[in-house]
Design a protein around this ligand. Sequence first.
Ligand SMILES: [Zn+2]
Length: 351
Amino acid sequence: MIDGYCCVCCALPRNLIQHLADQSTGSERELLHAQIDHAARLRGQRAALSKQRPAAAVGRQPLHRQVFDAQGNILLPGKLLRDEDDPPTRDVHADQTYENVGIALQFYKTVLGRDSMDGHGLRVDASVHYGNRFANAMWTGKQMIVGDGDGRHVTGLAKSLGIIAHEFSHGITQHLVKGGLGVVQMPGRMPELKGEAGALNESFSDVFASMIKQWHAGQTVREADWLLGEDILAPHTGKAVRSLKDPGNARLTWPEDDQIKSFTRFSPTDDAHRASGIANHAFYVTATVLGGKSWEKLAAVWFKAFDRLRARATFLDAAHATMDVAAALHGNRSAAHAAVKAGWKTVKVLA
Ligand SMILES: [Zn+2]
């Protein structure tokens, strides 16, 4: 256990899987309903997770990835398929996961000087072929799970850099914020991401996944699509899971996308994936006001700001932290500082 908590963070929100189940009949519908129940149960599955091998010694290798084959079971991590520097396995899910985890690791290392999730070269483990056609990807608190997809609505989670980078970034947040950003453990219940801090946790993963996609493609903020999961949904399901450019715009994403992009619509009971749209859009506005390549100035601003947040941080705390860091790095009359302020004003976190 890292930092004493375990939180299952899914890439696809529960309401999207529910929507897919509603669109299905017979055994497909049953499969998706079973997966919704399973995702909830997984949050408590610490016993199976503890069978994982210990992580590598600090600083042993510059990158250390291990990809496992869960072989259709739910016992993690499964059989080791590919270790760092091993040749491709010819298992396409395993090789795509290995490559995309590598891109995320390289981004944090190259752009931020961050050596893996913990800053000390922690080995990153991921399991593929988890359960029966599992239509989601997750960070469990100890490792990544990359589902095969149900083959009809959701496919190719492993090939989606955005999805893998999102889950990877949950591992980063876990190490940045002591006690877990927005992780709430109610007595007798499983840990969940709640409130403003939970939404900030989800947003950090979306924001960094967007920067990682753009960095890998060498795109400017104008060239980027600002979508997440644009490469995993079947055409009849939707176009993407989320948009940072226009959160909740179902024409850009999927029919029942209910993300919000203004703090005026926030309710403390909102799902973290819904309310994350507020901070996602603040970042999008900041990046487009500033122009150029999103990660060049803003990766450090967002990263260092989240490093200052406490477990129960609010959107206003995040606004102040990002503005303070932008001022410290670039000056309080800088374009970066003004852009950050414009971002949080647009989403009504700042008046
Ligand atoms: Zn997430």
